[in-house]
Each structure stands twice: as structure tokens, then as C-alpha cells.
Design a protein around this ligand. Structure first.
Ligand code: AMP
Length: 283
């Protein structure tokens, strides 16, 4: 596995692979890798000739007062995990390499960013869309792998790639969970033992919402209230939103039909945790 830190080096490695006819598969991460990240790398390994991964804690997507400085980091461990997952090329740039000057050009994705994480973190998705566009431009991937865990991010990246005609297929991979249902996240390390024990309520709420739809409920407000009721059983978990929306647009429909996404976000002690599940409503 090659590990490079400059744009020039990684660009020449991916360009050489493409020139030889290889498909470049690309996984973007902020490091502190866990099984969720590794599953994206494994999916890329199964489908692409050259598997590239980035490890970069992107300051642009953190708001004032968020956990940028405290974000967990462990590059040696990340490199061992990436290598074991079959990654060929790791791009681990410094902030100065990515942003040598204050950035004047940003990518704003409207509409799909207006609610949920975008409402709570107003500059977050512009930071995400900008770094993803920049990394697509650097790496030139044919396929890129994102986790469903961050469903709104998948919607933003898909829309950005389509609107700006990046020649890349955005593949969404299933959320990897702990045995008790908690979605794996680098931020789970912030949870105290009590908070960790309470956190799986988010997945239980989503499963309850999905069960209500499967039992015939079609009113989004009723499903949302049912999920909020489950979350309310854990006093350590402070619900931010519980929503039942159209999967692609994140719009709240009058009646649930087609591909639906159930989304929850909550503060559990210090970290905000996100989770979601998909439900297909039969016609
Ligand atoms: P991050 O390092 O948190 O920016 O995440 C990098 C990529 O890994 C994103 O596409 C995430 O959606 C994905 N990811 C994070 N957690 C999980 C998980 N539990 N299961 C699957 N993918 C995940």
C-alpha cells in the first residue's frame, strides 16, 4: 500500500492507473477507522482495480465550537486497517496541502441540505460538498463509496456529482452496527458507559418506525411521533429530530409511499449521534 501526502503524488498515481485502464475506487474518510469504513473499502476492493482512500479531517465541514480539534485521530492504526482491507493507495494530506490559502470557492448544494443536519449545522454540507468535489477532482474515481449511515450526506454527494457532471458512480453501502444495534461511528468513543448503554435506543426507534409502516401506517407524523416516543424512554438521549421522508429528496410527503427513509439525530452526552433506515412502502 502506498501512502502519499501531496496532491501531486496522489494525482499522478491515480492518473497512471486510469491510463492503464484501471477503474479507480475511492473511499473518503476522516480517519479513526472502524468496521463501517472498512466495509466501504471492502466493497471498493471487490469492484475496482485500484482502491484509493483518503484520510483527512476536513476543517471546512466543522462549525465554530464543534469537535475539530478533539476529533479522534490515529494514523498508524488507520493505515494498518486500510492495508488489511486491501487499499492500494492512501492519501493523507495536511490541512496546508489541501487549503494552502483561505478557500474562496465553495460548493453549495441547495434544498437537500436545508433540513436536518443542514439546519443544525449551517456550514456543514458546504464544507462536505467542497472537499468531496476537490477530492473527486484530485483522484478521478470511477466509483466512490459512501456509508448509508450518513444518509443526508449520500443525497448531497449524489446530487452534487450529478449537477456538476462528475463522471463517478456514487455507491451507498449499508450501515455497520454494533451487536446491540448502535451504528458504528468514530464519535462513539466520546460516550460514557451509561450513554453507551442508552444509545442503541436510536436504532430501536427506527425499527419501531419501520414496523409501524410495515403494519400499514402511512402518515409520516404518526411514524415520527412513534419514533420520538421510543427515544423518550431514555433520559440520557436528547432527540433532535425523528423524521419519515422521501429517500432521495428528504422531503416530508403527505403520505408515505415508495422509498422512505427514517432519520433520527440526538445528543447523547457530548456527541450528536445520527442513524437512519430505509423502508420500501409497497404500492
Ligand atoms: P467519516 O470518517 O465519519 O467521515 O466517514 C467516512 C465514510 O464512512 C462516510 O461515507 C460514512 O458514511 C461512512 N461510515 C461511517 N460510519 C459508518 C457505518 N457505521 N457503516 C457504514 N459506513 C459508515
Amino acid at each position: 500500500m502506498d501512502v502519499v501526502t501531496t496532491i501531486a503524488e496522489v494525482r499522478s498515481a491515480t492518473a497512471a492507473a486510469r491510463a492503464g485502464g484501471a477503474t479507480v475506487g475511492f473511499v473518503l474518510t476522516m480517519g479513526y477507522l472502524h468496521e463501517g469504513h472498512v466495509s466501504l473499502m471492502a466493497a471498493a476492493r471487490a469492484e475496482c482495480d485500484l482502491v484509493a482512500a483518503s484520510i483527512f479531517v476536513n476543517p471546512l465541514q466543522f462549525g465554530a465550537g464543534e469537535d475539530l480539534d478533539a476529533y479522534p485521530r490515529d494514523l498508524p492504526r488507520d493505515l494498518a486497517l486500510a492495508e488489511a482491507a486491501g487499499v492500494d493507495l492512501v492519501f493523507a494530506p495536511s490541512v496546508e496541502e489541501m487549503y494552502p490559502r483561505p478557500i474562496l470557492t465553495t460548493v453549495a448544494v441547495d434544498d437537500v441540505t436545508a433540513r436536518f443536519e443542514g439546519a443544525t449545522r449551517p456550514t456543514h454540507f458546504a464544507g462536505v460538498a467542497t472537499v468531496v468535489a476537490k477530492l473527486f477532482s484530485i483522484m478521478g474515481p470511477g466509483r466512490t463509496y459512501f456509508g448509508e449511515k450518513d444518509w443526508q450526506q449520500v443525497c448531497v454527494v449524489r446530487r452534487m456529482a450529478a449537477d456538476l457532471s462528475f463522471p463517478v458512480e456514487v455507491v451507498a453501502c449499508p450501515t455497520r452496527r454494533e451487536p446491540d444495534g448502535l451504528a458504528r461511528s468514530s464519535r462513539n468513543v466520546y460516550l460514557s458507559a451509561e450513554e453507551r448503554a442508552a444509545a442503541p435506543v436510536l436504532h430501536r426507534a427506527l425499527r419501531h418506525g419501520a414496523a409501524r409502516i410495515e403494519a400499514g401506517e402511512r402518515d409520516p407524523a404518526a411514524v415520527e411521533a412513534a419514533m420520538a416516543e421510543v427515544v423518550a424512554t431514555e433520559p440520557l438521549v436528547l432527540l433532535d429530530y425523528a423524521a419519515a421522508v422521501e429517500a432521495d429528496t428528504l422531503v416530508s410527503p403527505a403520505r408515505l409511499e415508495g422509498e422512505v427513509r427514517l432519520l433520527v439525530a440526538a445528543r447523547v452526552g457530548t456527541p450528536r449521534l445520527l442513524d437512519n433506515v430505509g423502508v420500501t412502502v409497497p404500492a
